[in-house]
Design a protein around this ligand. Sequence first.
Ligand SMILES: *[C@@H]1O[C@H](CO)[C@@H](O)[C@H](O)[C@H]1NC(C)=O
Length: 192
Amino acid sequence: MRLSLSVSSSLFSPFALVHIIVLVSILSLPLAQSSTLENDDDGDLIDQICQKTPFFDLCSSTLHSNPLSPKTDLKGLALIMVNNILANATDTLNYIEQLIKQTSDQQMEQALAFCAESYIPVVKFILPQAADAISQGRFGFASYCIADAEKEIAACDKKFSGGAQPPLSDRNDIVQKLVDVASALIKLLLKG
Ligand SMILES: *[C@@H]1O[C@H](CO)[C@@H](O)[C@H](O)[C@H]1NC(C)=O
């Protein structure tokens, strides 16, 4: 209740203060009742959950950017995260395919083709399976899928470890961090 705090420090009349407190409580009452996470703790529940993941800022900004997040629970947030990774990884796969068409360096082309082969199963099978598993409450299998996605992307990333300007490191890095966040969310679900 930032409103009542800031107003009460500027207005010393106790009478006005009581009015403001009553008004604020009345205004916030229907909001608090209308949904799971949109109460006093509001975005805080998302942030509390994100604090239990290795990349708080990325977790918080990703979940807050989805309008469905405040209305859902931990399972819903994990699902939103996995679908976000799917969108991000799909975009990266398209980018890899573009780079393959553009490059004339044979070694680069081979490394990129290797990465396409890493990303294709992630996008087409592994992440959709992880999302299904979360929906169905099969969190153990979801966790296995996420670990698999992690391996695929790490394998792609290694292909460029010698190069001066690895073309995918920023994108791989984001996807890997998002996957780490999803993994932490699923571990929370596994703990019940
Ligand atoms: C992938 O995630 C990063 C970090 O959140 C974001 O900046 C980028 O726009 C995302 N790309 C897509 C296609 O979702």
